[in-house]
Design a protein around this ligand. Structure first.
Ligand SMILES: *[C@@H]1O[C@H](CO)[C@@H](O)[C@H](O)[C@H]1NC(C)=O
Ligand SMILES: *[C@@H]1O[C@H](CO)[C@@H](O)[C@H](O)[C@H]1NC(C)=O
Ligand SMILES: [Zn+2]
Length: 379
């Protein structure tokens, strides 16, 4: 190219760049934040509503292997019609599967899926908070400690489980490996505070058995719907356990189903209820519920479908605010006598909502928070 041609090209290039309109600049990000955001984005972009965790688990296996972790998968639910097998993912440095510390979160999300979106310094999308914010920041925290030479083989393993949002099937299955740790760090949205505990929960099913009949002759039958309405009204007024730490127990009548047609006396009615327990055991709460129902003069079946009382969580690390939570976690599903911490970016109030999002700076802070917790646990 001749000199004259070259200067013409340069002139043109200058003119083109000068005429590009002013695009608002994204904030400049450090290299570590860039890799954190890339991992977080990949995780959120893979839909993994409970039952459909296969793709995100496969992504994690590849990612963690690339980072030189030893990666194991544990089949939790085998492949069945139309659904791929569901696996937990366990990763550690070197060959040492038994480690002093375990750091863990879940890879399933609640429905419905909606996609990743970056809005300035915020990240929106299903799972961006609960719990892919925790998964990404836990991984980056461990990577950074390894790079800094602050972790050795046998110090820490990472565990990502399926099914936390529904029945804890992943964490329950993980117990079969028979491992144990000094400390387990769980990741859930805690607003970057250390949770000192969370309420218990129990699922209750109430079944009213009436007698079917023609609605024109109510004396000949017995309405299961009338029975269950009285029972539920009594439950709404029942005095459930209170504690200083967690406040009131709360009761949610989630479903009511009864009867077959408007002109038939209903024979069966069933209601499913979730109670968030502030004190005591599910058995004690069940007794309160059955006494309340008996006070209506009706006999109804009441069954505990699942449940546990309030969960104590360690929060003895300096430099963190503490918080108590009203939601359940996988903590009670992991057997063993380990110290346990619960920490993560984002708010639970966002977590299952249609506006689930967090700030980039929350993710960055969570990486530092996990590093502090891991170092504390290994002291
Ligand atoms: C990968 O891990 C092995 C075993 O711990 C170690 O010897 C090797 O140096 C690591 N390689 C890299 C690139 O980190
Ligand atoms: C707890 O329950 C009591 C009695 O039902 C009620 O008066 C009080 O306002 C409740 N407290 C909160 C924080 O909801
Ligand atoms: Zn969660």
């Amino acid at each position: 190219m001749k000199l004259a041609q070259l200067s013409l090209v340069l002139l043109l290039a200058n003119w083109v760049s000068a005429s590009i309109p002013n695009i608002p600049q994204q904030p400049l990000l450090s290299a570590s934040t860039t890799s954190l955001l890339a991992l977080h984005k990949d995780l959120v972009e893979i839909e993994s509503i409970t039952g459909n965790e296969a793709d995100v688990a496969a992504y994690l296996v590849t990612y963690l292997q690339k980072q030189n972790f030893t990666v194991e998968t544990q089949e939790v639910v085998p492949e069945s019609k139309g659904q791929k097998a569901r696996h937990n993912v366990l990763a550690y440095a070197g060959k040492q599967r038994k480690t002093r510390v375990l750091i863990s979160s879940h890879i399933d999300t609640v429905p419905p899926y909606w996609p990743y979106e970056r809005k300035g310094d915020e990240i929106w999308g299903r799972g961006s908070v609960d719990a892919k914010g925790s998964v990404a920041t836990q991984i980056i925290a461990v990577e950074q400690l390894l790079e800094a030479g602050k972790l050795e083989e046998g110090d820490i393993a990472l565990l990502f489980v399926v099914g936390e949002e529904v029945d804890g099937v992943g964490m329950k299955k993980f117990n079969e490996l028979g491992l144990s740790w000094e400390t387990v760090i769980f990741g859930e949205p805690t607003e970057l505070k250390l949770a000192s505990g969370h309420k218990g929960i129990m699922g209750v099913e109430i079944h009213a058995k009436g007698k079917a009949g023609h609605s024109g002759y109510p004396k000949l039958g017995k309405s299961a719907n009338a029975m269950i309405i009285r029972a539920l009204a009594a439950l709404l007024d029942a005095k459930l356990p209170y504690s200083e730490k967690y406040g009131n127990s709360t009761l949610n009548i989630g479903t009511i189903q009864g009867g077959v047609a408007a002109n038939v006396i209903p024979e069966d009615a069933i209601s499913k209820i979730a109670i968030r327990i502030a004190d005591g055991t599910p058995e004690e709460v069940k007794k309160i519920c059955s006494d309340a129902i008996k006070s209506t003069g009706e006999e109804l079946d009441i069954n505990i479908a699942y449940g546990y009382g309030p969960i104590y969580i360690d929060s003895d690390v300096e430099g963190f605010d503490t918080i108590v939570c009203n939601y359940g976690t996988d903590i009670p599903n992991l057997e063993g006598h380990h110290k346990r911490y619960l920490y993560g970016a984002g708010s639970i109030l966002m977590a299952h909502s249609d506006h689930e999002h967090l700030k980039i700076s929350d993710l960055e802070t969570a990486v530092e928070g996990y590093k502090k917790l891991i170092s504390h646990a290994l002291k």
